[in-house]
Design a protein around this ligand. Structure first.
Ligand code: BGC
Length: 710
């Protein structure tokens, strides 16, 4: 290949395609957005040209706590990507829910890096099994939209390793992801596309990544720095920093041709792995609307729904003959099935909740509907608020019905890429609507149709609260399945629902100020924060009720001592003692000795952190044994090392009376400290049912880089 041919491969040619080199038989490779559908090619306004299957959004997938369910959903998206002629899917998003108001929380799985990483690995494996390259994004610390192209996320190295890089490490080491997208933001002052320490040392060096690194759209600001750091392709095209500009840099001697050769080798190897070079897909988009894909989307949407509260077993509903069900709220008029921005797709069809419920109940019961109030659905739209006449009508309807279902929340305008939310309050008059309906009819089910937390001033009074997320195109069907008990609400919270915004970990450090976002809460993200500060929450991480009752018993460990290089199986028996089939999520947390920083020089550790989980499905009366495997990383922490300390001690000529305090090392890495660690087995971060103790023998050396991620 000539230099010009080679550099042509390092930039896109348009929004979605890479370059063609006909004489070498290198055809264009097409990319498409995810993560909740294969968007395909787009018009200038970002709208898809052809419809797509729309699966539940990231936070809903996170709520399934079920890698198998996530894989079924992402596999269906990958099939659609191929039907849209695309070999590269720009998904999954694995940034963390650091603050409730980030506009893209809905796209991301969780506040917890292990839950996020485990589900991302499942998502990626299923995509790549379909001969589609998955692209894990956005590397790294892309947790705000405000000034997203300029701001720098200032984060300490230990937090970076233990939280924000961890899902990417899972994606590379557990799922062999073939593409990584760099983020818009800077991290510690560096654009990731230029950052050799992350791209070359950590991603390729430590984790053994063999795939390609691409920019987020229009995110490249350099040529030589990014070329040397290991970026492979600038998107979209035509290239500004790469492509011909990179050729020019090589000719001038500013960049090396060997760097370009490495990029071309990596790009072609990855394209070859999915057959993109020998078997170009049809250029036209032919998405299929298949019943089996609909079924997957529907099952996963139900498996994601979190029953937050169910006083007096109001749910599931079984309206009897002649009864009246009131459907109320803007969400009842039009369910929000996805968030806004690049994740938006045009679904194959839209369903009306009222129609679906009417159809399902048939002559059995009457379904009446009243929106009560309305919220904006697009920018600059003044919500056509129905005013006090609106709420009063809804209240009258609720009062004259046997049961009311109020669906409130946000939509793809309120939760979107490109901007953050400004408040956790429900938009418009929805909180007022819920209040008044609850007053009028105590048999009211409140359904929360959001991608991230909203304030719940009525939470204490609502007898039944159901979080249904942005559940994808089948949300209406799945919601009716759950409301009527034809499916169970299988989800558990992948995030903490805070009591107040002011209690949240990043409050005061969000959004950016003078283009800096301080990750001041360090490792204390999500439940780690509320645990450490003893703060009340609305609903804890991991919480979710069921229509049946499960008990945990006979917890045991395969060994009480963690041997070097070893693993420990934690087992617990789960029994469904209720009258219905159902599922339970067994959550395994590790609590390091001391419960945080107690002694001088000891390091801060979260009170407990999730280190494994398993979802089990049991018929009524059935018993099952669940196994979760812990490894060395489950007990380890990242030590950034402290070489300066030794130099300082030397310069003090030994006059350092406090030199005995603390642990100072010269080599950074993952370390294990000796001690008795508690293994906590529970159904949420606040509901621990069983406790075990594991003895860990510390090691003065860091764990080998090959030690399994955990
Ligand atoms: C988003 C990416 C997306 C890309 C292409 C960017 O604005 O941040 O997640 O893949 O656009 O649409």
């Amino acid at each position: 290949m000539t230099l010009d041919e080679k550099v042509s491969l390092t930039a896109g040619v348009d929004d979605w395609h890479t370059a063609t080199i006909e004489r070498m038989g290198v055809g264009p490779v097409k990319m498409t957005d995810g993560p909740n559908g294969a968007r395909g090619a787009t018009r200038a306004d970002g709208e898809s040209l052809t419809p797509s299957l729309c699966i539940p959004s990231g936070s809903a997938l996170g709520a399934t706590w079920d890698p198998a369910a996530v894989a079924r959903a992402s596999g269906a998206v990958a099939r659609q990507a191929r039907e849209k002629g695309a070999q590269v899917l720009l998904a999954p998003t694995v940034n963390l829910h650091r603050h409730p108001l980030w506009g893209r929380n809905f796209e991301s799985f969780s506040e917890d890096p292990l839950l996020c990483g485990t589900l991302a690995a499942a998502y990626i494996r299923a995509v790549q099994e379909h001969q589609v390259i998955a692209t894990v994004k956005h590397l790294v610390c892309n947790e705000t939209e405000h000034e997203r192209r300029m701001c720098s996320s200032e984060v300490d190295e230990r937090t970076l390793r233990e939280l924000y890089l961890l899902p990417f490490e899972f994606a590379v080491r557990e799922a062999d992801v073939q593409a990584v997208m760099t983020s818009y933001n800077r991290t510690n002052g560096h654009y990731l596309a230029d950052d050799a320490r992350v791209l070359a040392e950590i991603l390729r060096g430590e984790w053994g990544f063999t795939g390609i690194v691409m920019t987020d759209w229009w995110a490249l600001i350099s040529t030589v720095e990014a070329a040397e750091a290991g970026l492979d392709i600038e998107m979209p095209g035509p290239g500004r920093g790469f492509g011909p500009a990179l050729g020019k840099a090589v000719k001038s001697g500013a960049a090396r041709e060997s760097w370009v050769d490495d990029k071309v080798r990596r790009l072609l190897t990855v394209y070859h792995r999915v057959g993109a070079l020998d078997d170009p897909l049809e250029a036209d988009e032919h998405p299929m609307d298949r019943s089996e894909d609909r079924a997957v989307a529907r099952q996963v949407a139900a498996a994601a729904m979190v029953l937050l509260k169910n006083d007096g077993d109001l749910l599931p509903l079984s309206p009897g003959a002649g009864q009246r069900v009131a459907l109320i709220g803007p969400g009842a008029q039009s369910l929000a099935t996805m968030g806004g921005g690049s994740a938006r797709v045009v679904p194959h069809y839209e369903l009306s909740l009222t129609d679906v419920l009417r159809h399902r109940l048939g002559d059995r019961a009457e379904v009446v509907f009243e929106p009560g109030c309305q919220i904006a659905t697009q920018p600059r739209q003044t919500a056509d608020d129905l005013g006090p006449e609106g709420i009063a009508r809804a209240v009258r309807l609720a009062a004259s019905s046997d049961v009311a279902i109020v669906v409130v929340g946000t939509n793809s305008f309120w939760e979107s890429e490109g901007y953050d939310r400004v408040s956790m309050e429900l938009p418009g008059r929805q909180a007022d609507l819920v209040d008044q309906v609850l007053e009028a009819n105590p048999r009211t089910v409140v359904v929360l149709n959001t991608g991230s937390p909203v304030a719940l001033p009525f939470g204490g009074r609502a007898p039944a609260l159901l979080q249904c997320w942005f559940g994808g195109q089948e949300l209406a069907n799945a919601l009716v399945d759950v409301l009527l008990g034809d499916a169970e609400p299988g989800g558990r919270l992948p995030i903490t629902l805070p009591e107040r915004l002011e209690h949240t970990p990043a409050y005061g450090n969000f959004p950016s100020e003078s283009s800096i976002v301080h990750y001041g809460e360090g490792q204390l993200v999500g439940y780690r924060w509320y645990d450490a500060r003893h703060l009340p929450v609305a609903f804890p991480f991991g919480h979710g009720l069921s229509y049946t009752t499960m008990t945990f018993s006979r917890a045991r460990a395969s060994s009480t001592v963690l041997a070097a290089g070893g693993t420990i199986d934690i087992q617990v028996e789960v029994e469904n003692i209720g009258a219905r089939a159902g599922s339970e999520v067994v959550q395994v947390y590790v609590a390091p000795p001391g419960g945080g920083r107690l002694a001088p020089g000891a390091r801060l550790r979260p009170v407990k952190a999730l280190k494994g989980f398993a979802k089990v499905h049991l018929a009524a009366g059935e018993k099952g044994t669940v196994t979760v495997t812990l490894n060395e990383r489950s007990f380890a922490y990242y030590d950034v090392a402290d070489a300066d300390w030794f130099a300082i001690i030397e310069r003090l000529h030994g006059h350092a009376p406090d030199a005995r305090h603390g642990l100072h090392r010269t080599e950074p890495g993952w370390y294990l400290d000796s001690g008795s660690y508690e293994v906590l087995i529970g159904r949420s971060s606040a509901d621990i049912c069983e406790r075990l103790v594991v003895e860990v023998e510390g090691n003065p050396k860091p764990l080998p880089a090959t030690a399994p991620v955990g």
